[in-house]
Design a protein around this ligand. Structure first.
Ligand code: BYC
Length: 336
C-alpha cells in the first residue's frame, strides 16, 4: 500500500474505464471465470492491475498492523505480573512480528518491495489498524487486547484463509492458528482476575473492557454503505464477509463470553433481538474512528515515532547483513 492513489480520472490501467486490448480483455475474462469458480490466483498468474493494487494495499496494511501491534503489548513485557504471564506475552509479541514478516513476504510476491512498503509506513502514507493507536494503561489491557482485539482479528481473518489470492490465503492459515492461542491466553488471564482477583483487580478489568470495547468493534472498518473498497473486494473474493456482518458475528460471539467473565460491555443498547437472531447495538462513533485513522488518535504519533526509531536504530544491522551477504557471494581470493 499504500501510497494514496492519485486520481487518474478512470484512465488507470486495469480500472473499469481503461481502454484494453483484445488480448487483455480475454485474460480478464479468464481471470473473472476463475474467481467465479472459487479458484485461486497465484503470484505468477495474470491479474488486473487494480486487483494487484488492492491486494498490496490490504496485505501491507495488515502487515503494518501486526508490527505496530507489537508496541502496545511490548510495553508490558517488563511489567508482567508473573514469569508465566511474561513468557506468554513474549511469545505472543514475537508471533505478531512473525505475522508481519509472512505478510510482507506475501505483499512482495505482488511486485512491491519491502523497502517501498516500509517507506510508506514510515512516511505516514500507509494505514495500519486503528486499534493500535490506543494506550495500554494497566495489566488488564493486555488480557483485554487478547480477548477482544485478537478475537476481532480472528473473526476478520478466518474468512481471509479463503481469499482468492493464494499466497495471502496460505499465510493466513498459520496466522489464524496463532491468533487463536492469543485470544485464549487473554481470556484466561481475565478469567483468573475476575474469579480469584481482588475488587481492585476486577475493577481494573472492567475499566479496560470499557476502554477497548468500542475501538474493537471499529476494527472491522466503516459500515458497508460507507466502505468504498468492499464491493470490488467482495467481487474478487479478497473479502468473503462484509465489514458489518463480521462486526455482528463478533458481537454475537462476545456477549456470552462477557457474561461468563462477569464484565459488562459498555453499550446500554446492547440486547438480543429474537426477530433478527442477533444482538442489537448502540451507535458507533464513526467520527472518532476517522479521526484515529486520519492520524489524530491518542497514540498515533508515538506509535509511528517508535517504528521510525526502530528502523533508524537498525540501520547498522541491515548494513552488516548486506556486507556479510556480499562476502559470501564473492569468490575466495587465492592466498599469496
Ligand atoms: N483501521 O473500504 P474499507 C491484529 C480503512 S492485526 C485503519 O472498508 P477495506 C493484531 C481502509 O484501509 C489487524 N484503517 O476498506 C496485530 C480504507 O482506506 P484506504 C489488522 C481502516 O480494505 C497485533 C478505508 O478505511 N487486520 O489483529 O475493504 C496484535 C475504507 O475502508 C480500518 C487486517 O488488516 C481500520 N480498522 O476493509 C494483535 C485484516 N478499517 O485504503 C492483533 C485485513 C478500514 O481506501 N484487512 N480502514 O485509504 C481487512 O480485512 C480490510 O482491509 C478491512 C478494511 C476490513 C480492515
Amino acid at each position: 500500500m499504500y501510497t494514496q492513489a492519485m486520481d487518474t480520472m478512470g484512465r488507470e490501467e486495469g480500472s473499469p474505464k481503461a481502454v484494453r486490448s483484445a488480448e487483455e480483455a480475454q485474460l480478464e475474462a479468464r481471470f473473472d471465470a476463475r474467481i467465479d469458480d472459487g479458484g485461486f490466483i497465484e503470484a505468477k498468474d495474470w491479474m488486473p492491475a487494480h486487483y494487484r493494487k488492492t491486494l498490496v494495499r490490504q496485505i501491507s496494511q495488515h502487515a503494518h498492523s501486526e508490527i505496530v501491534g507489537m508496541l502496545p503489548e511490548g510495553n508490558w513485557i517488563t511489567r508482567a505480573p508473573t514469569l508465566k504471564r511474561k513468557a506468554i506475552l513474549m511469545a505472543k509479541v514475537q508471533d505478531e512480528g512473525g505475522h508481519g514478516l509472512y505478510l510482507y513476504a506475501a505483499a512482495e510476491t505482488l511486485g512491491t518491495s519491502r523497502d517501498q512498503l516500509l517507506d510508506a509506513l514510515h512516511t505516514g502514507k500507509a494505514k495500519y489498524s486503528s486499534i493500535f493507536n490506543y494506550p495500554t494503561l494497566t495489566w488488564a489491557d493486555i488480557g483485554v487486547i487478547g480477548w477482544l482485539v485478537d478475537g476481532a482479528a480472528i473473526m476478520n481473518q478466518v474468512p481471509i484463509c479463503r481469499c482468492s489470492y493464494a499466497p495471502y490465503a496460505r499465510a493466513m492459515v498459520r496466522i489464524c492458528r496463532e491468533e487463536s492461542f492469543h485470544q485464549r491466553q487473554g481470556y484466561d488471564s481475565l478469567l483468573v482476575m475476575m474469579q480469584n482477583g481482588t475488587d481492585a483487580q476486577k475493577a481494573m478489568v472492567q475499566d479496560a473492557v470499557n476502554r477497548w470495547w468500542w475501538p474493537s468493534i471499529m476494527m472491522f472498518g466503516p459500515p458497508d454503505d460507507q466502505s468504498p473498497n468492499s464491493a470490488q473486494s467482495m467481487r474478487w473474493g479478497i473479502k468473503r464477509i462484509s465489514n458489518d456482518d463480521l462486526r455482528q458475528k463478533f458481537i454475537d460471539a462476545t456477549v456470552p463470553q462477557a457474561e461468563v467473565l462477569g464484565v459488562t460491555l459498555p453499550d446500554p443498547d446492547l440486547q438480543w433481538n429474537a426477530e433478527r437472531g442477533h444482538h442489537d447495538h448502540g451507535p458507533i462513533d464513526w467520527a472518532e474512528f476517522w479521526r484515529v485513522v486520519g492520524g489524530d488518535g491518542p497514540c498515533n504519533r508515538e506509535r509511528l515515532g517508535a517504528r521510525v526509531k526502530a528502523w533508524d536504530d537498525g540501520a547498522w544491522v541491515r548494513e552488516a547483513a548486506l556486507a556479510h551477504a556480499r562476502k559470501q557471494t564473492q569468490p575466495l581470493k587465492a592466498s599469496a
